[in-house]
Design a protein around this ligand. Structure first.
Ligand code: SIN
Length: 532
């Protein structure tokens, strides 16, 4: 979809008639990237942190496995870099990866100083192995509640800082721009149901990914890619959107949302088996259960197809002695659903997990718009390439959040508030709602379509069908949009279109993007990024 076919803004507005809130720094998102950036920048000005739900509703809260960082004697940033580049399928930006692995250890030390309690044994941090890591370098907390522990510690700090104001239940609608500068955001305040504007000297998007595009996902309901879609409408470059990571093992239980069964369970020794009880991973990759995530997800899909089943099993009975202690959250969830992982196999199937593409930034989190920065899952910094190495995402949020704060602090000028007060922006091109439609139903259909036609295994025929169906839903861009469901659906449709088009264009298979009609990687023609 070309930007000119889209409305620039999802709502009509006139800034002179709206309630405006001014601040120095406006941050969107309350996952690790948003919280950490707030804490790194509040000494230089007033921060407002906007979050769509409650403070702790984020993908970070659900992260289980941990955070990858080269801290041990037998490890090094160099080895971590090697693994990241290899998993990324020759598609990472080596400069960005170097930043990630070399600055990561210091950021993690600071996370610990900020109160995050990683698991220890005899005074030393415990580390575990995950797929495609040559060293056990994954720090974890409360067994499998790493993200929740990080959210707990960082949100506590943020709540206690006077200069950081948290605004919950705020759905961002659009970035406010004039020429190539961003001045803040237009938002729906769901507490009052009013549209208001936040104007800031710098706006930082840490708004997360778009797992909700797919009917099977490990992501929370809030992961609808709003930040990426609105940035695109505002003229920000977005890239690599065809690379969606599918996690191999989400709990399969009919009627329950997909719950992540951490890769660390395989890292500790659990084995995948098909419904006949046969282990199969060794016939797909020499690293078997610990092969890169895309390889494992496709192997499981293949086994499901061959055996006409909707799931495979994860056999963790070999690690029964430590399971409940090492994975208390997973254990509790399985038991609630009547599955005892110490005694029986866990039914699992792949699910959409991570959006590797997104807002294009440089290694300082800068987008192509002045005063607009981005970090975390909504970005494409280049560190993940075509397939993110397990547990690199929490680290990415820290490292690039920190860099944004450093960059803004260096360039800060006191003068820009005046410009904000003089800003006169308006938009009046949207039509009245002319027909009733059901955003919730369309969202469900879209999610199914994306799973079936733009999922783990893709081909030209299915992608074209998906594109056609998605274009039928574009009628909503002509309507007056009002509710959170309207805005989220608009964002999902835009992203679905971009992802499908990118997947169709990329006539090769690389990392998480697999085309059965072009099954080989093609470095000659396709070692290039699709940028919108
Ligand atoms: C997991 O625990 O398997 C997820 C870790 C990640 O996605 O990096």
């Amino acid at each position: 979809m070309l930007p000119q076919m889209l409305p620039r803004y999802l709502v009509n507005f006139d800034l002179t008639k709206l309630k405006i809130i001014y601040t120095d720094f406006l941050i969107v998102g309350s996952g690790i990237a948003g919280l950490y950036t707030s804490l790194k920048i509040h000494d230089k000005g007033k921060v407002i942190l906007l979050t769509k739900g409650s403070l702790k509703e984020s993908s970070t809260e659900h992260a289980q496995g941990g955070i990858a960082v080269a801290l041990g004697d037998k490890d090094s940033p160099h080895l971590h870099m090697e693994d990241t580049l290899k998993a990324g399928a020759n598609f990472c930006d080596p400069e960005a990866v170097e930043v990630l692995v070399t600055e990561g250890p210091e950021c993690v030390e600071e996370l610990i100083e900020l109160g995050t309690k990683f698991d220890k044994i005899e005074g030393k941090y415990k580390t575990t192995l995950e797929a495609a890591h040559q060293r056990p370098r994954i720090l974890h907390a409360r067994g499998d509640a790493t993200g929740a522990e990080i959210e707990r510690s960082l949100s506590q700090k943020v709540i206690n800082e006077n200069k950081i104001k948290i605004k919950e239940n705020i759905l961002v609608i659009d970035i406010l721009t004039e020429h190539t500068t961003c001045y803040g955001l237009l938002v729906l305040d769901s507490n009052t149901n009013k549209i208001i504007a936040y104007l800031a000297r710098a706006t930082i998007l840490a708004s997360g990914g778009a797992g909700q595009l797919f009917s099977n996902t490990t992501n929370p309901d809030v992961a609808t890619g709003d930040g990426i879609a609105m940035a695109y409408r505002g003229g920000v470059r977005v890239t690599d959107l065809e690379f969606i990571q599918f996690h191999p093992t989400a709990l399969y239980h009919q009627g329950s949302p997909k719950f992540l069964i951490s890769e660390a369970v395989r890292g500790e020794g659990a084995i995948l088996k098909n419904i006949k009880g046969e282990s199969f991973m060794h016939s797909y990759h020499p690293l078997a259960e610990l092969a890169p995530r895309d390889v494992v997800a496709r192997a499981i899909t293949d086994q499901m197809k061959k055996n006409k089943s909707d799931y495979v099993y994860l056999d963790a009975t070999k690690i029964k002695d430590k399971f409940s202690q090492r994975f208390p959250t997973i254990y509790k969830n399985c038991i609630t659903l009547g599955i005892n992982p110490e005694k029986e196999y866990i039914p699992v199937a792949p699910a959409a997990h991570y959006t590797m593409g997104g807002i294009k930034t440089d290694t300082w989190g800068q987008t192509n718009l002045t005063n607009l920065y981005a970090c975390g899952e909504c970005t494409s910094t280049g560190v993940h390439g075509a397939n993110r190495l397990a547990s690199n995402s929490l680290l990415e949020g820290l490292v690039f959040g920190n860099r944004i704060a450093r960059k803004i602090k260096k360039n800060i000028t006191p003068s820009s508030i005046k410009k904000l007060e003089e800003l006169k922006l308006s938009y009046n091109a949207r039509q009245e709602r002319y027909k009733e439609y059901n955003p919730v139903e369309i969202k469900k259909e879209l999610q199914k379509l994306m799973w079936n036609k733009v999922g783990i295994i893709r081909n030209s025929f299915d992608l074209k069908k998906a594109r056609q169906k998605i274009s039928e839903w574009k009628f909503i861009f002509k309507l007056e949009l009002k509710t959170a469901e309207d805005f989220e659906l608009a964002n999902l449709i835009i992203l679905a279109d971009l992802i499908t088009n990118s997947a169709l264009q990329r006539e090769e298979s690389r990392g998480a993007h697999y085309r059965e009609d072009f099954p080989q990687r093609d470095d000659i023609n396709w070692k290039k990024h699709i940028v919108y």
